[in-house]
Write a protein that binds this ligand. Structure first.
Ligand code: GUN
Length: 293
């Protein structure tokens, strides 16, 4: 039997725990966690994500600000806004939704967020802390994957984890989290990417496969070994005339064929996706509680 890893249910457990800890933080120390989100332009997916983040803040009793700016906003105005939030004691976490318009320098924006409020874990200081195994904010999506593995009692120690994709948001931090010498990590990690002449050569060796390639159903069950644990980070909308809306969401893994090989697999939707926001809330809570810096 293939275990379906229910990210939605796990994310709800995490959120319930945060809600409880938030009540204690308010009652005990008078601190309400606060998150500020900057959304630039009219990327439809970004608007959906930001709405979910604001809703999660409301549910958990966080203070939150969502500031929307047109795609024509100047880089100077963006940097000044971030600096204002850096100095605002009500704000414990700052998130600038990516991608940014081409005229705004992403690295410059990410460097301006104070590392202690960088709940996305994208500032080079937090990236360095993650690599060095120091206290840090880990990027939310890979942190969510680690939480799914831990809470589903999936052994990672000594297992061969193959991460497909090398983005700063998922692939690189994912690999770093998996190989850390720590409980619920300690995996042997391979990162493969577009320069691999034959990706299947690597995926066939995976005990744990993490797919973050951004290509719908790119990884097929034929290229996986029996008993693999499949973590699908992809969210892709594809045309499907048979679906009620004419489209449907799929991952980076071909679910049906992969399920025949996997001992456990995350569905899309309802797998990794809901964990990203839960971990963002957790990072914001940890910032407010002073648990990291
Ligand atoms: N765009 C896609 N994923 C993310 C994320 O985790 N954080 C931010 N800030 N932008 C994103």
């Amino acid at each position: 039997m293939t275990q379906i890893l229910d990210g939605k249910a796990i994310a709800q457990d995490v959120r319930n725990e945060i809600a409880e800890k938030t009540r204690e933080l308010k009652a005990g120390r008078g601190i309400q966690p606060g998150l500020a989100v900057l959304l630039i332009g009219d990327n439809a997916a970004s608007h959906v994500y930001v709405r979910s983040k604001a809703k999660a803040c409301e549910e958990l009793g966080f203070y939150s600000i969502v500031l929307e700016k047109p795609a024509t906003v100047s880089e100077k105005e963006v940097l000044e806004q971030i600096q204002a939030w850096n100095a605002d004691p009500r704000i414990h976490g700052i998130l600038v939704q990516l991608p940014l318009p081409a005229h705004i320098d992403e690295q410059c924006v990410l460097l301006t967020v104070h590392p202690a409020k960088d709940v996305d874990g994208f500032h080079p200081e937090n990236v360095g802390r993650l690599v060095a195994g120091l206290p840090c904010y880990a990027p939310c999506t890979p942190a969510g994957v680690m939480e799914i593995l831990k809470r589903s009692h999936i052994e990672t120690k000594g297992k061969h984890a193959v991460v497909v994709g090398r983005s700063n948001i998922v692939g690189k931090p994912m690999a770093n989290l998996l190989y850390q010498k720590a409980p619920n990590a300690n995996a042997i990690v391979t990162i493969c990417h577009t320069a691999a002449p034959d990706i299947a050569y690597y995926t066939r060796q995976a005990d744990i496969l993490v797919a973050a390639v951004g290509v719908p159903e790119a990884i097929h069950g034929d290229n996986l070994k029996d008993g693999v644990v499949v973590i699908d980070v992809g969210i892709n909308r594809i045309d499907d005339p048979a679906a009620p809306k004419g489209t449907r969401l799929v991952g980076d893994v071909h679910f049906e064929s992969a399920s025949e090989k996997a001992s456990a697999i995350t569905p899309v939707p309802g797998g990794v996706g809901p964990m990203t926001i839960a971990m963002l809330m957790l990072n914001t809570y940890r910032s407010a509680a002073g648990e990291v810096y």
